[in-house]
Design a binder for this molecule. Structure first.
Ligand code: GDP
Length: 213
């Protein structure tokens, strides 16, 4: 297990509009993806304990970049552009889809995807697509059911079980846990999964621990 402050070391490196602008394809990357407004920026800020590492208020339609945050010389967190902005012209959407697909398919140092969903609206089309794609590449996915503070215990647990059930065919490569960027719940467990992907150490993660008691 890494020291607790490891993810706090994240510093902003660059924003890439094209794959060719990214850091050399070496070391380890973990990419964060999610529908707009699911809380991807808030999750990144919660994990790194930095209030504004990833900007939490974005203007729909502004240029979308792949943002790179370095943890050390070998390891990076990647903030993929949020998907689902209705106001973006179709041509821009298609271009982004292409860049995203190319990143996901070509990036050799990519070790896993953290897929953030709003617990009240899980498993939308694009989420399903990401999971299917990652599975076809045998890339692990950690689904964070974010904003779990918005639900009471039972509905939160029931959603967790339902999403796990729905994704059971992809286990163990796809795991699902509750998260709240606001309350910072689920962060330690998420870190344990990231530590494993970043080859920083392995700890057994017990999925039963997620259930809100
Ligand atoms: P992004 O578009 O996916 O990067 O989403 P943001 O991080 O900008 O969050 C979208 C909205 O959801 C903001 O108003 C956040 O304050 C709110 N939000 C994000 N995470 C949480 C959470 O865990 N709980 C609650 N209650 N609100 C959250």
């Amino acid at each position: 297990m890494n020291d607790k402050s490891y993810y706090r070391k994240a510093t902003y490196d660059l924003g890439a509009a094209k794959l060719s602008q990214l850091t050399a394809d070496e070391g380890y990357e973990v990419a964060f993806a999610g529908r707009s407004n699911a809380g991807k920026s808030s999750v990144l800020n919660a994990l790194t304990q930095q209030k504004s590492l990833a900007r939490t208020s974005k203007t729909p339609g502004r240029t979308q970049l792949i943002n790179v945050f370095s943890l050390d010389e070998e390891r990076r967190l990647i903030d993929l552009p949020g998907y689902g902005y209705a106001k973006v012209p179709e041509s821009v959407k298609l271009q982004w889809q292409k860049t995203l697909n190319a990143y996901l398919q070509e990036r050799k140092c990519l070790r896993g995807i953290v897929l953030i969903m709003d617990i009240r609206h899980p498993l939308k089309d694009y989420d399903q697509m990401m999971i299917k794609w990652a599975h076809s590449c045998e890339l692990p996915v950690l689904v964070l059911l974010n904003k779990s503070d918005k639900l009471k215990k039972n509905p939160a647990n029931n959603t967790l079980f339902a999403v796990r059930d729905e994704l059971a065919e992809y286990a163990p490569l796809v795991r699902v846990q509750l998260f709240s960027a606001l309350k910072k719940t689920g962060a330690e467990k998420c870190e344990a999964v990231l530590d494993d992907w970043f080859a920083l150490g392995y700890v057994e993660v017990d999925d039963a621990e997620d259930i809100v008691g």
